[in-house]
Write a protein that binds this ligand. Structure first.
Ligand code: CO
Length: 150
């Protein structure tokens, strides 16, 4: 495993749409392993592949001791609303209020290409929405009601 560099807002890669993953082999496993290590080191709640410069549809999330790897994810259901502070490992030193659904259902594939569904609410739902946005080049600052310095 290796720590990868987390690119910062202003890098055009963060604004591109990521491509579907079709390879569920060693290269993708290496990417996911590196993303996990990078996320833990950065003490973040989530990390998407484009944040390490890889335009592939994958993200990892670590919330309340639960760890998720989502490949080619889709948010298939959203309900309710929550507004809370959000930050991003690619936007250092800032945070902002963002409205998100209170509950989401995410369909995705695991690293072996097996489909799964996960239901989330509260902060975990927020993390899934935030990371999923990265795969379409959307950063939370685009949605923040106000942006503050950390
Ligand atoms: Co982010």
């Amino acid at each position: 495993m290796a720590i990868r560099n987390i690119i910062q807002l202003g890098d055009p890669t963060l604004r591109k749409r990521s491509f579907e993953i079709t390879d569920f082999g060693e290269k993708t496993h290496q990417l996911l392993n590196d993303m996990k290590e990078t996320l833990i080191k950065a003490e973040g709640a989530g990390l998407a592949a484009p944040q390490v410069g890889v335009l592939r549809r994958a993200f990892v999330v670590s919330v309340d001791g639960q760890y998720y790897e989502c490949i080619n994810p889709e948010i298939v259901k959203k309900s309710g609303k929550q507004t809370d502070n959000e930050g991003c490992l690619s936007v250092k030193g800032k945070y902002g209020l963002v409205e998100r659904p209170m509950k989401v259902t995410v369909k995705a594939f695991d690293r072996y290409g097996k489909p799964f569904t996960v239901k989330a609410e509260g902060f975990l739902a927020r993390a899934f929405c935030h990371e999923n946005d990265h795969l379409d080049g959307i950063i939370y600052v685009d949605k923040a009601l106000e942006l503050k310095e950390d």
